[in-house]
Design a protein around this ligand. Sequence first.
Ligand SMILES: [Zn+2]
Length: 140
Amino acid sequence: MKRLHGQCHCGAVRVAIEGIEAADLPLRACQCGFCRRHGAVWTSHPQADVTFIGGRLHNYRFGHRQSDYMFCAECGCCVGAAVEIEGARYAIVNITGVDLPGFEGRTPEPWVFDDETPQARAARRKARWSPVDLMQLQPS
Ligand SMILES: [Zn+2]
């Protein structure tokens, strides 16, 4: 199975997605104020394993403060977001922030999540986000 590899601008934080081809991964453009400011385009899939490797991270929480939006502490790229739900970790990858190849020419689907309850949000993330390993990543 093909692995997709991306990294932040300085290369300190790398990401791999394994299990699902790029063509079969969704592309979501969340319309919240944070994601619009970053031009973030997200992907994840419950059958695609995500690994973040190396680098020092800066984490940012907002809204319901359940998930960590992760930035390379060196170059400032937003590489993804991770959340812990019932002891398991899930993540999404910002394909713009890690310059992930394989998505060229596709238009991300706009999503609005403003009206979700915290319970609905956790259920959605559990169903759609990827299982994740955060290897050697230390919050700054
Ligand atoms: Zn970096």
